[in-house]
Design a protein around this ligand. Structure first.
Ligand SMILES: C[S@@+](CC[C@H](N)C(=O)[O-])C[C@H]1O[C@@H](n2cnc3c(N)ncnc32)[C@H](O)[C@@H]1O
Length: 290
């Protein structure tokens, strides 16, 4: 053992007492961040190099500030994104839906598929698609000016780190309800992780106090934004185009029926996340009623 690992063990029990869900992991990741090493190299930090500022960051986490706000970084698929106050921290669940979309775009046999990411936040979904789907053109829509600043920053950073993404993401400001009218009937895939929490639900402090309210709440049943997304997707998609919509675990049945056949959808499917809970719905726009 070395001093840092001793301190990490104490920090982990403090975080556990504070109700943090993954106390040991967070204690280690904060230590790695403060000491500028990878988590796997914590044991190599000499005792003399222990930085007491570690305890400031542990105190922030114990007050339930999200780990990603403390480190300033969130990892999403193959991306390292900048996050902080004013933007929703991208989640693992959304990686699964984004992976589904990336596979679906690969199977489409369209050289330069057009994608709309509604409510882009940090830009996570849009950037992952631009990075992993060669030729994709991604239109990312965001209403919240603060969130948009984070997306702008991440799009610029990603263009430096992965130059093949440069110029393939267009960030649009405004409400997605009326967005991208010039693309009506031409989009290959609409994807979104919209707000979907029913107003009045309990959420952990990391969410309620730090994720922006515009990213979370969506009316009494949590489906207000998803109903808007269904109408927007109907307008944007070409015949045969696909939609992927994330939702809360208990909402799978309700969201399935939002993308009903009588509205022009076919192949509507529920999908689960890595813990096996309903997490997103996909459907194909058939548009054979026009
Ligand atoms: C749950 S967050 C998802 C952010 C990002 N796509 C992700 O998965 O990490 C939802 C985002 O949608 C944005 N948003 C909510 N309602 C919107 C609307 N009507 N028009 C445009 N953006 C909206 C919020 O500001 C927020 O950034």
């Amino acid at each position: 053992m070395n001093l840092l690992l001793d301190e990490v063990a104490v920090a982990a029990s403090r975080l556990a007492e504070a109700g943090v869900e993954s106390p040991r992991t967070d204690a280690e990741l904060i230590a790695a961040h403060v000491h500028g090493v990878s988590r796997g190299a914590l044991h190599t930090v000499p005792d003399a190099a222990f930085d007491p500022r570690y305890w400031d960051d542990v105190a922030r986490r114990a007050s339930r500030e999200p780990l990603q706000h403390i480190t300033g970084r969130a990892f999403f698929r193959y991306l390292e994104l900048e996050v902080g106050p004013g933007v929703f921290v991208p989640r693992q669940e959304t990686e699964v839906m984004t992976g589904w979309a990336i596979d679906a775009l690969g199977e489409m046999d369209v050289a330069e598929p057009v994608v709309a990411d509604l409510g882009t936040g940090s830009g996570a979904i849009a950037l992952a698609i631009a990075q992993e789907v060669p030729g994709a053109r991604v239109h990312a829509v965001e209403a919240d000016p603060l969130a948009r600043q984070w997306a702008e920053r991440n799009i610029a950073r990603c263009a430096e780190a992965a130059p093949h993404t440069a110029g393939r993401i267009v960030l649009h400001s405004g409400d997605f309800a009326g967005a991208l009218a010039d693309l009506d009937g031409t989009v290959d895939l609409v994807i979104t992780n919209p707000p979907y929490i029913p107003v009045g639900s309990w959420v952990p402090p990391e969410v309620g106090e730090y994720d922006p309210a515009t990213a979370l709440w969506a009316g009494r049943d949590g489906l207000d934004a998803i109903r808007v997304v269904e109408r927007v997707a109907r307008r944007l998609l070409r015949a045969g185009g696909l939609v992927a919509v994330e939702h809360g675990a208990p909402q799978g049945g309700a969201v399935y029926w939002v993308f009903a056949e009588e509205h022009g959808w076919r192949g509507t499917r529920n999908h689960t996340d890595l813990s096996g809970r309903d997490r997103f719905v996909t459907a194909e726009w058939q548009d054979d009623r026009t």
